[in-house]
Design a protein. Sequence first.
Length: 348
Amino acid sequence: MTTGKNGLTYADAGVDIDAGNALVDRIKPAAKRTNRSGVMSGLGGFGALFDLRDAGYSDPILVGATDGVGTKLRIAIDTGVVDGVGIDLVAMCVNDLVCQGAEPLFFLDYFATGKLEMETAARIIEGIAEGCVRSGCALIGGETAEMPGMYPKGDFDLAGFSVGAMERGSALPADVAEGDVLLGLASDGVHSNGYSLVRRLVEISGLGWDDDCPFADGKLGEVLLTPTRLYVKSCLAAVRAGGVHALAHITGGGLTENLPRVLPESLGADIDLDAWELPGVFQWMAQTGNIVEAEMLKTFNCGIGMILSVSADQADSLTELLTAEGEIVSRLGTVTAGEGMRYSGKLL
């Protein structure tokens, strides 16, 4: 092997291993906040260990979910407001897990960028940790990939992976029946779906990210970056109380596509569009793009981020429970005989 004072290093090629190590040290306190029963080892190893028995399970079934944040990241990159996209990343995974009846146990993230910027990366991962704290799962590992030439300056991408568990025989959906009441939980805005259309609508409007938001207080970019709501703790409380037959996370495909995913083939749903008020962000988008009601319902959550199908005789008590857990609950309609979604009332 030959060496010389002008020999190339990995850093010369654009990858700074020392910066990556420094980032790990920076985020260790955030990851430590997420510790929960079952965690055996976390950041720093080649893999992370989790003890299901220590987490309280005797005959567990594992459930996995993976997702990203989509083109909402473009707004975060352009505005520099990156603190909430980590919460989005966690929410998109763990809100899916709870729909299976599973408790999220741990989370791993993948953060990729062309040039590692310590402060930006730390803020993003600290947001991931906050999402884990809010949903009761542990951030036990991840990957930070510095890939020069793959991403333009300042750009990054995120992906997440979560594992949950439930006792054998408790999987959802189960026992969905005609007459079940559909309870809708309010969203915190657009969440993390439909942002290619959102960005197009902002372009049509002529507004910039730093302009005053026309439908809420604050700057437009910051309002549109409101993180996805985490429904894990409230929905698990409802499931454990009994009477919950199914949960549907309202993501890409909106109400029209997501609720039928948890209904048996022979059943459909009647939804009263007057049961809740369409939030201002969706009113503004519909008006700006002249978007028809059907398109809104199959593209966005339209103010309902999670739907529960529950026994009619427990709908009132579950509404009280979910309200006490901090949710805004709307009684949307019922499960009916015959496939398909049937709407009454008026959204727009």
